[in-house]
Design a protein around this ligand. Structure first.
Ligand code: PEP
Length: 248
């Protein structure tokens, strides 16, 4: 079945609000493509100005993080309903930087996936192995375990709206990309796992991205693979190159 391509930028902790608006302006004509869902996942403080800047274009707004409670005494946190009200449609969950730097585990990530759906946000659920696990050839079991835990209690109808990003940690921000065959192997494995955990119709609908040093030069080959429905892009999402990835 034809799945709609989704190209998402992960701006991470880059761009002040005024810089964010300037980047939207710079990318505006470059990211036009009616056949692709384009998403800018931006720092919380940039959400409102970016939502305003992309109004009337094909760009959707995403966030990078939230806390699982709706409101209350959680100093410094931001909730899913707050994001929704500000115009956010997609939310990155389980990025390796949140897992490794901020200690987020699969129990919390699973809670976040369920909370995001309850609030009407579409999760972009990240998974991926370290270089050590890749070298030890245990990466397939690792990915299987991450996805199985992270989707515990999530329904088939929800998974049909889910985006899963396969992001080998050794390829993030390193300039080292998984080969198209390596990326396809794991994306195919994730789709088979969804068929096993749910059913074939759900596996056929879930969109799976590759992420890890995707750029204007390697995007077309990665995106030509049958199980790769899009990309989650860090560094290259902050440059005009992002437009070339959208139109690869
Ligand atoms: C990311 O952090 O999601 C990512 C894929 O980063 P980069 O493209 O810079 O490797």
């Amino acid at each position: 079945m034809a799945r709609r391509r989704i190209i998402a930028g992960n701006w991470k902790m880059n761009k002040t609000p005024s810089e964010a608006v300037a980047l939207c302006e710079e990318l505006k004509d470059l990211v036009k493509n009616d056949d692709v869902d384009v998403v800018y996942c931006v720092p919380a403080i940039d959400i409102v100005p970016v939502a305003e800047a992309v109004k009337g274009t094909n760009v959707h707004v995403g966030a990078e993080n939230f806390y699982i409670e709706d409101k209350g005494a959680f100093t410094g946190e931001i909730s899913a309903p707050m994001l929704k009200d500000a115009g956010v449609e997609y939310i990155i969950i389980g990025h390796s930087e949140r897992r490794d730097i901020f200690g987020e585990n699969d129990v919390l990530i699973n809670q976040k996936v369920k909370k995001a759906f309850a609030a009407g946000l579409n999760p972009i659920l990240c998974c991926g192995e370290s270089l050590a696990l890749r070298k030890a050839d245990t990466y397939k079991e690792w990915i299987r375990r991450q996805i199985t835990w992270d989707l515990d209690g999530v329904t088939a109808d929800q998974v049909k709206k889910l985006v899963i990003a396969y992001e080998p940690i050794w390829a993030i921000g390193t300039g080292e990309t998984a080969t198209a065959d390596q990326a396809e192997e794991v994306c195919g494995l994730i789709r088979s796992l969804i068929a096993e955990l749910y059913d074939q119709a759900t596996a056929d609908e879930v969109r799976i991205q590759y992420g890890g040093s995707m750029n204007a030069g390697n995007a077309a080959e990665l995106l030509s693979k049958p199980n790769i429905d899009g990309g989650l892009i860090g560094g290259a999402s902050l440059k005009p190159d992002f437009g070339k990835i959208v139109n690869a």
